[in-house]
Design a protein around this ligand. Structure first.
Ligand SMILES: C[S@@+](CC[C@H](N)C(=O)[O-])C[C@H]1O[C@@H](n2cnc3c(N)ncnc32)[C@H](O)[C@@H]1O
Ligand code: SF4
Ligand code: SF4
Length: 361
């Protein structure tokens, strides 16, 4: 998910974008929304085996560079505003910057989720140029991160990647993404204060079931009897530095419900956000399986409009009504953004869009 914690500018391109976003919000309120965010899993290959993730186990054919650009063009033609690229480890693809550049050329805001290991000094400038925002995974201090990520030295490699990127960053907004677990919630605040010196924001989400085949979340969740205190502490920290702690207060409060198994059903899959599998299949949500009935169809064969008019789309919308309530980085913040008062949401939406003042070429 792309952060929305950066100051507003007032150039005319941004105003035009804000009006389009306002239009999206009004459509949403009228029940006629259209997807504004797409998460593309560029590959499931990965150079790590983190304890809570099984995406690397999934074996999927990948798009060629040319086909990935066709897919980007199709989402741009539809008017998607924001593209998040994730994986597996997306930087394993050597053409990732090229693919993201295509999205930027088409006026789409680009975000990257990465474990940071492959951000070499040589590659950093191209990554910074291709992405409006990059979230690097760090799950705590060195010992904790290495334990979670399964390989000693991972923290140092990721942190070096982070430093390489911030040195070359230009207008790219660089932040940290942390998965909250029973292993790291105790050091979370100390880690926030330390990492602040190096990045623009920290975002965090509770460990949850990944779209792979194994469920890990209950094994690693924050203990239920500790979550109230934890949420209070994070809210105090957020009050001290609202823009650095990226999740909204509402979202931080929802952590309690999520951990206690009382999370309300907040879902706008298919209406505000969609996923793309490594082979170019469109799916109803970034966080669900690639298989039918969640898979809608291939963006290599059909336009977004055709796919969103198809029977498969409407069946997928029915299926997700029985989804277990989720709290995830690529879905819940956008849903919360579109709920509430129009004026407040328009302001937040503009912030969300206004990653920086970059001119698009
Ligand atoms: C799937 S990874 C892909 C990008 C890259 N490999 C990385 O680790 O950042 C995207 C984000 O999801 C997080 N993640 C992985 N498994 C998760 C799970 N079971 N619950 C919540 N977040 C998870 C990762 O830590 C990372 O921040
Ligand atoms: S969280 Fe990222 S780095 Fe870890 S196994 Fe999953 S995809 Fe790979
Ligand atoms: S409820 Fe299911 S479909 Fe909806 S956002 Fe959550 S994981 Fe995606």
């Amino acid at each position: 998910m792309i952060p929305h914690n950066v100051e507003l500018g007032d150039d005319s391109a941004m105003k035009a974008q804000a009006f389009r976003m306002l239009d999206d919000i009004i459509r949403y309120k009228l029940g006629r929304s259209r997807p504004v965010f797409v998460s593309y899993y560029a590959t499931y290959r990965c150079n790590r085996r983190c304890m809570f993730c099984d995406l690397w186990k999934m074996n999927a054919p990948e798009l060629t560079t040319e086909d990935a650009e066709v897919v980007i063009d199709r989402i741009a033609d539809f008017g998607v505003k924001s593209l998040g690229i994730s994986g597996g480890e997306p930087l394993i693809r050597k053409d990732l910057e090229e693919i993201a550049e295509r999205a930027r050329e088409r006026g789409i805001i680009t975000g990257l989720n990465t474990n940071g290991i492959l951000i070499t000094k040589k590659r950093a400038p191209a990554i910074a140029k291709a992405f409006d925002a990059v979230s690097i995974s760090l799950d705590g201090f060195e010992k904790t991160h290495d334990e979670i990520r399964g390989v000693k030295g991972t923290f140092r490699e990721a942190f070096q990647g982070l430093r390489n990127l911030t040195a070359a960053r230009g207008d790219c907004v660089v932040g940290v993404n942390l998965v909250l677990t029973n292993r790291n919630f105790g050091e979370f605040l100390a880690f926030c204060r330390w990492i602040k010196e190096y990045v623009a924001y920290i975002t965090f989400f509770p460990v949850s079931e990944s779209p792979g085949e194994t469920s890990y979340s209950s094994l690693y969740s924050i203990p239920r009897d500790r979550v109230d205190d934890f949420v209070e502490q994070v809210l105090s920290e957020k009050a001290r530095d609202p823009s650095f702690i990226e999740p909204s207060e509402t979202l931080i409060r929802l952590l309690r419900e999520f951990i206690k198994g009382k999370m309300p059903y907040i879902c706008d899959a298919g209406r505000l956000y969609l996923g793309i599998s490594p082979n170019g299949d469109l799916k109803i949500c970034p966080c669900v399986s690639d298989k039918p009935p969640w898979k809608i169809g291939s963006l290599l064969d059909k336009s977004m409009k055709e796919l969103l008019d198809s029977d498969q789309f409407y069946s997928a919308l029915e299926v997700i009504k029985s989804c277990r309530p989720c709290l995830a980085g690529c879905t819940t913040p956008l849903s919360l953004l579109f709920r509430g008062s129009v004026v407040h949401q328009a302001k937040e939406a503009l912030k969300y869009l206004k990653i920086n003042q970059r001119t698009r070429h």
